[in-house]
Design a protein around this ligand. Sequence first.
Ligand code: PBG
Length: 336
Amino acid sequence: MSIRISSSTPGNFPSVRGRRLRATAAIRDLSTEHRLHPAQFIAPLFITEGEKVKEEIPSMPKYYRYSLDLIKQEVKELYQLGIRSVLLFVKVSDDLKDNEGTEALNPDGLMQRAIKTVKDAQPEMCVMTDIALDPYSSYGHDGIVESDQIVNDETVSVLAKMAVSHASAGADFVAPSDMMDGRVAAIRKRMEFEGFYNTGIMAYSAKYASCFYGPFRDALDSAPGFGDKKTYQMNPANIREATREAMLDEQEGADIIMVKPGLPYLDVVRAVRETVSVPVSVYQVSGEYAMIKAASEKGWLNEEQAIMETLISLRRSGVDLIATYFAKEASKLINS
Ligand code: PBG
């Protein structure tokens, strides 16, 4: 059997030289396969009660919790940088937490007020909200607890009401991050019933039980009070399960499918991208942020380069949108 050698086979040196495409800045620019744009970023925002509050999160250096009065300016700045979407999280005080996450449905709750405030400050911004019970749960779990179990169907019915509550406050997208079964279908059905046809769903479809959420749980004081989240979040050893979850959520009506965390799961992003036809997003999570910040504070990594290299790696893996705590910094770098 003869092997056909085409003219582009690397063996044809010196006709073929890979370095020609790397020789100047211009040709490197021309042959760039992937680029970053601020409109591809989703900026997560942490909101807290009070006035003039801007609190740094200890495990997330230079990332802050803002009170509502200060969030307005922040959102306007993000929009001016070209960012088109924010993802809201609220820190709820302990006395408002219970097992059913009752406060999540309060029409005058912090999240509902935050949605209105952000929409008011920058109406063009796409406002996305987290749907899960953990910030409201006295157990710090994403769902209702009965006899140490996280009960699925009871939780889903609260999540659907929560989604409608956020939609009524003006949210453009709801982002269920709880990993309960059937929640996308239930949320879609309830929102249709209530007339919120244009409120989208970004489903955290492949969300792994990851240690990289640690700093986020500090930010919201939402660490589980007992056990872990392994009966609902996914096993890091699995990838077929991710494409299965993504397909189910797409069929249930998800408009955007998310994979989370980011960098340790690039193969999952690729597999999900090839499985569904809706946009795919990835969440570069709090622990990924903390790693880069910590190493660069020590002078062990160049921070700007680490930010841009990880973000472009996420794009290369096939993702359309990136939720990242570096949204602002990266947008400034891109624009400069
Ligand atoms: C809540 C939620 C979490 C994150 C996003 N939504 C934490 C968790 O599931 O424990 C993590 C985000 C991050 O680490 O940056 N369900």
